[in-house]
Design a protein. Structure first.
Lengths: 273, 209
């Protein structure tokens, strides 16, 4: 049976990793800081997937972002999706050559549907993750925002999603701006906004602060994966423990042996890693 | 032991080669990425990773004379090859993506898309870790349990019926071929380089097979 996934999202702005709360960013440290204090290559063995987003508020530097991605990819034997500001095929190719397996797109989904189609033609539909940032008004209506949450799309959510070019987006990443970084749990209301014909895997993001939130998200049958960008709650042994809690709840996550076990098994065959 | 082998990752411009290389290096191998037919022919072990369109990939392979180089290494020199994802599909006789295209012909079957009737509402692409039923006596799956989880991302599949060799099977509405081993031909529909320690173990098995 296909397993549900727990995804870790890293937010990057001009060389540093960030914490985000309702899309306001707070700098937490650079890549060497992440390695040193949070032993990222250890954490990477406890996730099903990694997403790295360049959410730079100033001008983006894709060369520098790609260099960081290369370092992250080196010790990560799980799939990686990366994005932020992709507007050209060459941007996507650059990230794919720097260790990404998939690219994440946001604003171009609505700004340039033809480009979305050409991405899928060039790299395959499975390679394109459509990230949608949504905000709920006081009256309960949802709106799509693009450009790092700065730009309100006036059309109804349903219309916008129905207009996405057919067979061009391989996965949807639904993120709640209201819940983002609050640690108060996901907004399951986002799931009702997906039109039926968009029958692609769905990743729910925004708001996870404890493993109970991951469980709440994964229990919904419309959810294929949950993502968390909450560095502090889930680093160290946090992700390992969160996975255990999710599994103990009866949700089927993928299993693999700890690295130490692989090391000792391979050592018996004369392979030292 | 692994270090002395000449391991070549075939570069035909499609797919995330760096991940495969990182995984092989992690296991102590010293792989080279190459699009040079002469180098591919001389390899002890060949890895053929790839994502994207079957037709386009075969076209590029032929343009670069890599198809003949791989056939010489595998069929005449009896070197081992591991195809990954699209690279695995390319080991088949043909692919149905955008019309029929001939593959390398090492596995006597055809690659076809999952069809709606067999999916029974399941989403496409098939993305994520899925459970694979593993064959008992296979060098590729030495040290594994009867079932283990691997990361898939694809919309086309090979069926296992009437194939010789060792077959690992995954179910996504229909039973399909998740991995394969027959003499010096190895393949995985999933991504071993993206399947955490399960994938690293499989790659180590391939290198020492």
């Amino acid at each position: 049976m296909l397993k549900k996934r727990v995804i870790f999202t890293l937010l990057y702005d001009s060389g540093s990793f960030m914490l985000s709360r309702n899309f306001r960013l707070q700098n937490v440290g650079k890549i060497d800081w992440l390695q040193k204090n949070y032993n990222f290559s250890h954490i990477a063995f406890y996730i099903d997937e990694l997403i790295v987003l360049d959410v730079s508020r100033g001008e983006r530097d894709i060369e520098r972002f790609s260099d960081t991605l290369k370092i992250l990819a080196k010790g990560c034997f799980a799939p990686i999706a990366a994005g932020g500001g992709i507007r050209k095929l060459s941007d996507a190719r650059k990230l794919l050559l720097s260790g990404a397996d998939k690219v994440v797109i946001n604003s171009v989904l609505f700004d340039d549907p033809q480009f979305v189609s050409s991405l899928a033609r060039e790299f395959g539909q499975q390679c394109v993750v459509g990230a949608i940032d949504l905000k709920q008004d006081l009256d309960g209506t949802y709106h799509i925002y693009t450009n790092n949450g700065a730009c309100l799309r006036r059309d109804p959510v349903n219309n916008l999603l129905e207009q996405l070019p057919e067979r061009s987006v391989g996965e949807l990443y639904l993120n709640s701006i209201n819940q983002d970084g609050t640690g108060q749990g996901y907004d399951l209301g986002l799931l009702g906004l997906i039109p039926h014909q968009l029958n692609v895997p769905t990743i729910l993001a925004g708001g996870a602060g404890r493993s109970q939130h991951l469980i709440e998200g994964l229990l919904d049958e419309r959810v294929d994966a949950v993502a968390t960008a909450h560095l502090f709650n889930f680093v160290g042994e946090g992700l390992r423990k969160a996975r255990e809690s999710v599994s103990m709840y009866g949700i089927d996550l993928a299993n693999w042996s700890p690295l130490s076990e692989l090391k000792s098994d391979l050592s018996k065959k004369g392979i030292e890693i | 032991m692994i270090k002395q082998k000449k391991v070549v990752v075939v570069d035909f411009g499609m797919g995330n080669l760096q991940s495969v290389v990182s995984a092989l290096e992690f296991l102590g191998a010293d792989p080279s990425i190459s699009s040079n037919p002469a180098e591919v022919t001389k390899a002890d072990a060949i890895l053929l990773p790839g994502v994207g369109s079957f037709r386009l990939a075969m076209q590029v392979l032929i343009e670069k004379n890599l198809d003949e180089a791989i056939k010489e290494a595998v069929q005449i020199r009896q070197r081992k090859i591991l195809g990954i994802c699209l690279g695995f599909q390319m080991l088949a006789e043909s692919g149905a993506e955008d019309g029929m295209t001939a593959g390398l012909g090492f596995i006597p079957t055809t690659v076809e898309s999952f069809i709606d009737q067999e999916l029974e509402g399941r989403k496409l692409p098939h993305i994520g870790f899925n459970q694979v039923r593993l064959p008992k006596s296979s060098s590729l799956f030495d040290g594994f349990k009867a079932t283990d989880d691997f990361y898939f991302i694809h919309s086309y599949r090979l069926l296992a019926q009437s194939l010789p060799g060792q077959k690992a099977i995954c179910n996504y509405g229909i039973d399909f071929l998740a991995a394969y081993e027959h003499e010096n031909i190895f393949g995985a529909q999933f991504h071993p380089e993206k399947s955490q320690t399960n994938g690293l173990r499989l790659l180590a098995n391939f290198l020492s097979a």
